[in-house]
Ligand binder design. Structure first.
Ligand SMILES: [Zn+2]
Length: 138
C-alpha cells in the first residue's frame, strides 16, 4: 500500500499568474492544471471571487472521470464552474469539480479553460492554498 502524501501548493501573490498544482492520485502526472485569481468583488451584497482554471490532459490512456479539489484558506459558501459537464460541490473550504468520462478514449487530449466563481464571506482575502486532482480509471 502506497503512502498518501498530500501536496500543498502555496499561493504567492508574485507568482499568481499560472500557478501550477500537482495531483496526488494514481495518475498524478497526466493532468497539467493552473489557476489564476482574476477578480475579487468585496461588495457585501454580492461577494465573489473569479478564478480561472486551466487544465490539460497530456497522457495517453483511457479514463472514466476527473476529480479536482480546490482548497481555500477560508470558507466557501457556494461555487459555480462554467465549463460544461462538471459537477461542482462545496464542503467548507474545499470546492470539488468532478466530470465523468473525460477523455474516455485512448490518446484523447482533453482540456478545459474556464471560470470558477466562488461566493464567500471573505472575498478580499481568501486564497487558494492547494489544488489536487485524480484521473480515475475503471
Ligand atoms: Zn489521465
Amino acid at each position: 500500500m502506497k503512502n498518501y502524501i498530500k501536496p500543498i501548493i502555496i499561493d504567492n501573490e508574485e507568482l499568481a499568474e499560472g500557478v501550477y498544482a500537482t495531483g496526488s492520485g494514481d495518475h498524478a502526472n497526466c493532468w497539467s492544471i493552473t489557476y489564476e485569481i482574476k477578480q475579487r468583488n468585496a461588495n457585501p451584497y454580492d461577494p465573489f471571487v473569479n478564478i480561472r482554471i486551466k487544465g490539460e490532459h497530456t497522457a495517453m490512456h483511457t479514463s472514466t472521470a476527473l476529480e479536482i479539489k480546490v482548497l481555500f484558506d477560508k470558507e466557501v459558501t457556494s461555487a459555480v464552474f462554467d465549463f460544461g459537464g462538471f459537477d461542482c460541490s462545496v464542503s467548507g473550504d474545499t470546492v470539488v469539480l468532478k466530470r465523468n468520462n473525460h477523455a474516455n478514449g485512448y490518446g484523447s487530449l482533453d482540456k478545459f479553460d474556464s471560470n470558477l466563481r466562488i461566493v464567500t464571506n471573505s472575498p478580499d482575502v481568501i486564497n487558494v492554498v492547494g489544488i489536487d486532482w485524480n484521473c480515475i480509471q475503471g
